[in-house]
Design a protein around this ligand. Structure first.
Ligand code: PGA
Length: 243
């Protein structure tokens, strides 16, 4: 069962999501957060930075595990998710960078990079709270629509629709990496609480299918219907088909 929280717009969605994340950190200062990249969570990260600067939330004991990373990008590549996380969040709060983790896209050995990541997430005890965006095609992390649900961290070929959607952040579509390392759906499901954020009309179908469609790997987010503790914070446009 999902708890659906309706937000007025992007800013309202971001504040509500940030409130939930900051409550988690206040209740358990040494919590494990699963984090996401993409345009949707940026506002929540910026809100958390503001509250950190005001002294309202302390990240000194928090550790983080990101969902995914492009394969073949170095950590300092401005298009990498390593860079994104530092730029939008980690460099502006008091988190210990040694406690932040993102799959190692710079390791060309996919099996080693992925199994190492799975081991780290398992040893950390899995996230207390996993933040997720959702793709227009219902993907979570880079778990694309498929004929089966994935398990642990693995290397994926990105779909044309994801390459197209993400090309807005690159100079040219050809520059978008074709592969990524991503946490699997099973790993995501181990999180004790899942917070999905979505905004805009382009997400309306995916949000509807996630909440009310059949549980099927053709909409990877639909597996979340089987999770006991999911909160969806979405704006009116993203919830347009859920009325
Ligand atoms: P977006 O991506 O936040 O940039 O829309 C979400 C996702 O693809 O998971």
């Amino acid at each position: 069962m999902f708890k659906i929280v309706k937000a007025r717009d992007y800013d309202d969605m971001s504040r509500k999501a940030a409130n939930i994340i900051s409550a988690q950190v206040i209740l358990k200062p040494d919590c494990v957060l699963g984090l996401a990249t993409g345009s949707t969570p940026i506002g929540a990260y910026h809100q958390l930075i503001e509250w950190y600067k005001k002294g309202d939330v302390d990240f000194s004991q928090v550790s983080t595990y990101n969902l995914d990373e492009y394969r073949g990008l170095t950590h300092d590549d401005p298009q990498s998710y390593h860079f994104f996380m530092r730029d939008n969040f980690f460099d502006h709060i008091n988190i210990d960078l040694a406690n932040t983790h993102v799959p190692d896209g710079s390791n060309p050995d996919a099996d080693a990079a992925c199994s190492e990541y799975d081991k780290m997430v398992a040893e950390a005890g899995y996230p207390d709270l996993q933040l997720l965006g959702i793709g227009n095609n219902g993907h979570i992390g880079f778990n694309e629509p498929d004929d089966h649900f994935s398990k642990g961290t693995h290397c994926v070929d990105l779909t044309e629709s994801t390459i197209k959607a993400n090309s807005r952040l690159f100079e040219r579509e050809e520059d978008v990496p074709r592969q990524a390392y991503t946490m699997g759906v099973q790993t995501i499901m181990y999180a004790r609480m899942i917070l999905v954020v979505a905004n805009g009309a382009a997400k309306a179908q995916a949000v509807h299918d996630m909440c009310f469609g059949p549980v099927t790997p053709s909409c990877p987010a639909s597996i979340l219907q089987l999770h006991p503790n999911v909160v969806v914070v979405a704006d009116t446009e993203a919830l347009a088909l859920c009325e």
